[in-house]
Design a protein around this ligand. Structure first.
Ligand code: MG
Length: 177
């Protein structure tokens, strides 16, 4: 019997951005009212960056830095939602569709409870999946470490990809350019 092709794959993504006054705090494509925001080359959306890495990772497509280098002026102030959408089109080209996302944001303050629904809806919209397939959890740092001292926001995302066609490595690529 021939080896069965995989029908799903998982990927994990993590990110950390420094927090500082005078910056916006973008999480999951939503601007969160806050006295400190995330520092970065793009819009510094640590949650969308973790999700992007999880999706790229599940498809075996490397990481966000390979596709959208932070040394490239083209990505200065970039909308991370656009980067995620571009990453997902690469994922789809490899024959996968996104099944679900589970995410955790580690942030001391502000509390995210009032924003979680909006974040889930925005992520679902960017990714083109039902909001029920996007979960967002929020944790504090218990006043400990970079998160607890409000020096950083940390994020983790896990993505499940479902196969819709054989991966490129398993198909005839003679017509690929
Ligand atoms: Mg980042």
């Amino acid at each position: 019997m021939a080896n069965a092709e995989p029908v799903f794959r998982t990927g994990i993504g993590t990110d950390r951005h420094r927090l500082a006054a005078g910056r916006d705090l973008m999480l999951g494509g939503v601007r969160i009212p806050s006295d400190v925001g995330a520092v970065g080359h793009s819009d510094a959306d640590a949650l969308l960056h973790a999700i992007t890495d999880a999706c790229l990772g599940a498809a075996g497509l490397g990481d966000i830095g390979e596709h959208f280098p932070d040394t490239d002026p083209a990505y200065a102030g970039a909308d991370s939602a656009v980067l995620l959408a571009e990453a997902l089109s690469l994922v789809r080209r490899e024959g996968w569709r996104l099944g679900n996302l589970d995410c955790t944001v580690h942030l001391e303050r502000p509390k995210l409870a009032a924003h979680k629904r909006a974040i889930r809806e925005r992520i679902a919209d960017i990714c083109g999946i039902p909001v029920g397939c996007v979960n967002v959890k929020a944790k504090t740092g218990e006043t400990l470490g970079p998160v607890g001292r409000r020096e950083a926001v940390d994020t983790v995302a896990v993505a499940l990809l479902l196969q819709v066609s054989p991966p490129s490595g398993a198909r005839d690529t003679s017509e690929d350019v």
